[in-house]
Design a protein around this ligand. Structure first.
Ligand code: HEM
Length: 429
């Protein structure tokens, strides 16, 4: 058996292991096996799987890779998944899935409305919200961190930011969950998931179309939809469909990622009581890794969670031309899967990488990607994560995990717990 067949066989075997729900609580041993193979072409899924930190970082900036996966999906599809009366915006790809120059143009327009200042202004609102949520949660002897804090916070914040009426928030829960499956990275047309996804997509687009129509008629509200309606870059503006598709992207991206940052953060702190205590007491804690270590701040915990147990485990691209990465080759049109969560534990990027250590001297991660698609919501996600973890550590007394490992959702990419039940001894302000 040749080397190539060997690694292809084990590549497929590892893909199978990763897809197996048994791996969901701890996929990291599987990632380590992938890393040991190096970049690997997996013929059966026509994908190149990349796990080295330097390779992932370089490829995220490589213009030979395309984010326009839908072009290939559309070509492979037998039938249009959307009903004839679906709003035209469902066919407008969001800019996460576009390449330059279209991506550059849309991202610039959206960035002009969704700025770091917009986010910084939200801190008092986020702080109040977290305090209220923890007040409610701590009234019970045990509470679920996901429904009580980790999910509700980003959902409420993104709806507030966009100007979605609070009464409609719960509608998004179902739609967003349906769309998330599509983002999972391993799904392909014809696997039966698509109808579910298309249905959720159409309903969400109908809703946002109405909301935008509403704002056009009365545009003075101080919300992001109104700002995006007014956004200009020179003479350029967002078309109606571009605006709707951008709002759908912000809603989904804001919902399904930050929940895992907060839940994974609480889980890590509960598994490492020393770090939890250091965060609560604001003590300096010396790291066994790196030079001298630093304080355990909520910001440092956020960065370490993004590295150690990232909310977005992978991203994917399509090779525009034949591609060689290390000893592996992929033909033009192939999928390139960048296992970010595996790259974060590459010992060449981070010392003692399996160790959760928010006091490490340097944290290198691609949790928000790198290059042109670097997460536009990173400042908001960092703000929400910092405020939530800080308040949890300070306020919830003697917190204990009710189940370890907790139950996980089925997603591979936007991987996270479905419930994180915590027992505690009270929660003062
Ligand atoms: C912890 C929370 C979050 C994580 C881990 C995360 C992660 C990511 C990653 C990895 C990408 C790039 C994917 C790629 O390169 O293919 C991305 C893109 C993006 N994210 Fe986030 N995200 C988070 C929260 C948010 C929030 C709260 C928002 C908005 C409210 C947001 C909006 C976006 C947008 C608009 C893009 C597309 C950027 C582009 O294509 O230029 N994200 N995010």
């Amino acid at each position: 058996m040749s080397m190539a067949t060997d690694s292809a066989t084990s590549g497929l075997h590892l893909v199978g292991k990763l897809l197996d729900p048994v791996s969901r609580p701890d996929p990291y041993p599987v990632y380590a096996e992938f890393r040991a193979l190096g970049p690997v072409w997996v013929e059966e899924i026509s994908a190149l799987v990349v796990t080295g930190y330097r390779d992932c970082e370089t490829l995220l900036r490589d213009p030979r890779l395309s984010s326009e996966r839908w072009r290939h999906f559309d070509a492979a599809r037998d039938a249009d998944p959307f009903p004839p009366d679906a709003p035209s915006s469902v066919r407008q790809p969001w800019f996460l899935s576009m390449d330059a120059p279209d991506h550059t143009r849309l991202r610039r327009l959206v960035s002009s409305a969704f700025t770091a200042r917009t986010v910084a202004r939200m801190e008092p609102y986020v702080t109040r919200l977290v305090d209220d949520l923890l007040d409610q949660a701590c009234e019970q002897d045990t509470f679920d961190v996901v429904s009580g804090l980790a999910y509700t916070l980003p959902m409420t914040v993104i709806c507030h930011l966009l100007g979605v009426p609070t009464a409609d928030e719960r509608l998004f829960h179902g739609w967003s969950a349906q769309l998330t499956r599509q983002l999972d990275g391993f799904s392909a047309p014809g696997d039966g998931e698509e109808e579910l996804w298309a249905g959720g997509m159409v309903e969400l687009h109908r809703y946002i179309n109405e909301l935008v129509g509403d704002r056009r008629r009365s545009p003075r509200r101080d919300d992001l939809i109104s700002e995006l309606l007014a956004a200009r870059d020179g003479g350029d503006v967002l078309s109606h469909d571009e605006l709707v598709s951008t709002l759908v992207l912000l809603l989904v991206a804001g919902h399904e990622t930050t929940v895992n940052l907060i839940a994974n953060g609480v889980l890590a702190l509960l598994r490492h009581p020393g770090h939890l205590a250091a965060l609560r007491d604001g003590q300096a804690k010396t790291s066994p890794v790196g030079q001298g270590g630093g304080r355990v701040t909520a910001s440092a915990v956020v960065e370490e969670v993004l590295r150690h147990d990232p909310p977005v485990q992978l991203t994917a691209r399509v090779a525009r031309e034949d591609l060689r990465v290390g000893d592996a080759q992929a033909p033009a049109g192939a999928l390139v899967i960048l296992l970010l969560a595996a790259a974060h534990r590459d010992p060449e990027a981070n010392a003692d990488p399996d160790r959760f250590d928010p006091a490490r001297a340097q944290v290198r991660h691609l949790g928000f990607s790198a290059g042109p698609h670097f997460c536009l919501g990173a400042p908001l996600a960092r703000l929400e994560g910092r405020v939530a973890l800080d308040a949890f550590a300070r306020r919830v007394r003697e917190p204990r995990l009710v189940a370890d490992p907790p139950p996980y959702r089925e997603h591979i990419n936007l991987r996270g717990v479905s419930e994180l039940r915590v027992a505690h001894g009270g929660g003062g302000r």
